[in-house]
Ligand binder design. Sequence first.
Ligand SMILES: Nc1ncnc2c1ncn2[C@@H]1O[C@H](COP(=O)(O)OP(=O)(O)OP(=O)(O)O)[C@@H](O)[C@H]1O
Length: 256
Amino acid sequence: MIQVKNLSVHYPDTKVKALTNISLSLEKGDFVCVLGKSGAGKSTFIRCLNGLQKPTSGEIYFDGNDIAAHSEEKLRKVRREAGMIFQHFSLVPRLSVMQNVLTGMFGYRSSFKNLIGWFTTEEIVFAKKVIADVGLSEMTYRKVEQLSGGQKQRVGIARALAQQPKVLLGDEPVASLDPGTSNHIFTLLTEMHERLDLLTIINVHDIELAKRYASRILALKDGKLIFDGPPGNFTDEMYQETYTAQPHPSYFDAGI
Ligand SMILES: Nc1ncnc2c1ncn2[C@@H]1O[C@H](COP(=O)(O)OP(=O)(O)OP(=O)(O)O)[C@@H](O)[C@H]1O
C-alpha cells in the first residue's frame, strides 16, 4: 500500500539529517509501531507518509502513485485517505464532539459547504456512528474542552475515522495520557484497525505498548532504520541499541 524508497529528509535551517535512506513497504493489515528516542526522526517519517513533509530525496508511493510528484489536489486525496491522530489532539476545544468529528469529512466536501458548515443527514448519521464506535455517544454534543485527555483522544480517533481512511497515522497519540488510558486507546485503535482493515502506523515511546499491540516494529536511530520486524524479534539488545544515548551526529554537522 505504501512503498518508501531511499527516503531522506535534511532540514536546511538546522542542517539536521532527520531521515537517511529509508526503504520499506507497508501493507494493509500491518499494525506498525515506530520506536526511537527523541529526535530519532519518528515525526518526520509519519509526516512524510501523508505528504506534510517533502523528502529531500527518495520516493514514497501511496497505492502506486509517487506522493512527491503529486499536485496539491492529488495530495489532498492522499491526506484524506490517511487519517491522523496527534499527541495534543489538535481538536477545537470550544466546539462539540460532533462538530469536531464532522471536520474529518472536510476533505470530501466543497470549500463552500465547509465554510457555511452545512452537513447532510447522511453525514450526521455517519458522524454519530463513528462517535458511537469510540464509545462517546453520551457526549456527542458536549464541548471538547469539558472532556478528559483519554476522551479527547477518542474524539481525535473518531475524527480520523470520519475521513474513511485507508491508513491511520498516529504521532505519539498516547504520550500525554496515563498508562491505563493509553492501553484503552491502543485497544480501541486495534479494534478499529481490524474492523476497517486498515494500515496503522503509530509513533510511540512506550516499548511495552509497542510489544503488546504491534504486528510490526520499526526502530529509528539518528534517522536510520535499524530494525524492521515482528515484536518477538525486538530483543533487549535491540532495545539498548535503539535507546543508547549518543549525541545525534548531525548536531556536529550543524555545529551545535
Ligand atoms: N521543522 C524542522 N526544522 C528543522 N529541524 C527539524 C524540524 N523538525 C524536526 N527537526 C529535527 O529533526 C530531527 C528529527 O525530529 P523528529 O521530530 O522527526 O524526531 P522524533 O523522533 O519525532 O522526536 P520526538 O520523539 O522528540 O518527537 C531532530 O533533530 C529535530 O530537531
